[in-house]
Design a protein around this ligand. Structure first.
Ligand SMILES: *[C@@H]1O[C@H](CO)[C@@H](O)[C@H](O)[C@H]1NC(C)=O
Ligand SMILES: *[C@@H]1O[C@H](CO)[C@@H](O)[C@H](O)[C@H]1NC(C)=O
Ligand SMILES: *[C@@H]1O[C@H](CO)[C@@H](O)[C@H](O)[C@H]1NC(C)=O
Ligand SMILES: *[C@@H]1O[C@H](CO)[C@@H](O)[C@H](O)[C@H]1NC(C)=O
Length: 336
């Protein structure tokens, strides 16, 4: 049926410049949101630079260092003994369905214009799978992030954490599953002055399944969260606190998802049990609702409505009834 149209795209998928820009006209397949439309210019990664294929840790580290534009294709599994730092103007793209990162995760620090695509990043024990710190224009697209939820919230850290005044980021078409703390935006109430007015992040067409908290959790910034599928997001999916603003639209919540959206400042004990058993109190955040969401059986607690009523860019909104099949079909690795 309609989805067979993708077969037409398949022969093109090795050649990046020829990638389709839209999935059946129902969603953007190209960079969309804050990573595309922002005051610094669109995120292009290593476009225009040389292409290098790497299959060892040493070659990877050499290839991603520095600011020179480069497209770094990752072949097979890389087990990092420490966290590589991705420099500016880089596209880091997994080859096929088997490119993966284990051991230590990736740092994007003091950088601009970085694309991370088609990588499975799993069981990272040293820190987050990806930490974006003091960096701008980052597109995290079509990756898979997973570990094991049975060991509690503090066994593993975040999947994609965005901190220290980072800005103009899009997180799209990722498959986040079997992990507790997903995506924290602004990781410390003490960094209010650094973070405030930054942390503009677009989350769209991500598939979250069997996760605990932070889908995402934001402080001090603005996140546009649309057309994501949440299945069994156990404790709290979207959390906006400490004067953060979210615009939430066209998302679908299913299964054992307890709380879809909250702006209540309490950091629930299921999120950070290492502080107080009763949870930590912060200031409330703000939330606005755009196109209709399907909350399933999950609760919504909006304590303050903000002024983030409309995204400052054009974007393709998928009809609500098609969000679940389209996200299941398109999210994760081996799709581009
Ligand atoms: C690469 O990134 C740096 C910022 O670190 C920027 O100033 C520079 O213009 C970029 N280089 C190219 C060739 O795009
Ligand atoms: C980021 O930049 C700051 C300020 O220039 C510097 O102190 C820090 O070491 C840099 N971090 C990394 C990981 O390069
Ligand atoms: C952030 O990164 C920029 C380079 O992009 C650097 O000049 C600045 O010092 C960094 N700030 C911090 C706090 O690391
Ligand atoms: C919703 O927020 C209010 C604070 O405005 C809080 O008293 C209440 O406990 C919250 N509900 C839940 C289910 O967390």
């Amino acid at each position: 049926m309609r989805f067979n149209l993708l077969l037409l795209f398949a022969p093109l998928s090795g050649a990046l410049p020829l990638l389709p820009t839209s999935l059946f006209g129902l969603a953007s397949w190209d960079v969309e949101g804050f990573a595309r439309d922002n005051p610094l210019g669109p995120t292009t990664g290593g476009k225009g630079g040389s292409t290098v294929t790497v299959s060892t840790v040493a070659d990877f580290k050499a290839a991603v260092t520095g600011d020179e534009p480069k497209i770094v294709l990752v072949n097979g599994e890389l087990d990092f003994p420490s966290r590589p730092k991705i420099g500016s103007n880089k596209s880091v793209i997994g080859v096929g369905k088997t490119a993966q990162i284990t051991g230590s995760g990736l740092d994007i620090v003091n950088a601009t214009n970085v694309i991370i695509q088609n990588l499975k990043i799993s069981f990272i024990l040293d820190n987050d799978c990806i930490t974006i710190r003091n960096s701008t224009r980052v597109w995290v697209d079509h990756n898979e992030f997973t570990s094991d939820i049975s060991k509690g919230p503090d066994e593993y850290d975040g999947q994609v954490d965005i901190i220290r005044g980072s800005d103009w980021i899009t997180v799209s078409w990722n498959y986040f599953h079997d992990h507790w703390k997903s995506s924290l935006v602004g990781n410390d109430a003490n960094f209010r002055d650094i973070d405030f007015g930054h942390l503009h992040v677009t989350y769209h067409h991500n598939h979250w399944r069997n996760e605990g908290t932070r889908g995402p959790a934001g402080r001090f910034g603005h996140q546009h969260v649309y057309n994501n599928l949440y299945e069994d997001f156990l404790y709290q999916a979207i959390h906006s606190r400490s004067d953060n603003q979210v615009l939430v639209e066209g998302n679908v919540f299913r299964g054992k998802t307890r709380e879809a959206l909250s702006t209540y400042g309490l950091v629930i004990p299921e999120d950070s049990p290492n502080t107080c058993v009763c949870g930590d109190e912060e200031l409330d955040g703000f939330a606005n609702l755009g196109a209709r969401n399907d909350w399933g059986g999950a609760t919504v607690n909006i304590t303050q409505v903000g002024d983030f009523v409309k995204a400052p860019y054009k974007y393709k909104l998928t009809p609500l009834l098609l969000v679940s099949p389209l996200v299941k079909f398109g999210a994760g690795v081996g799709k581009i």
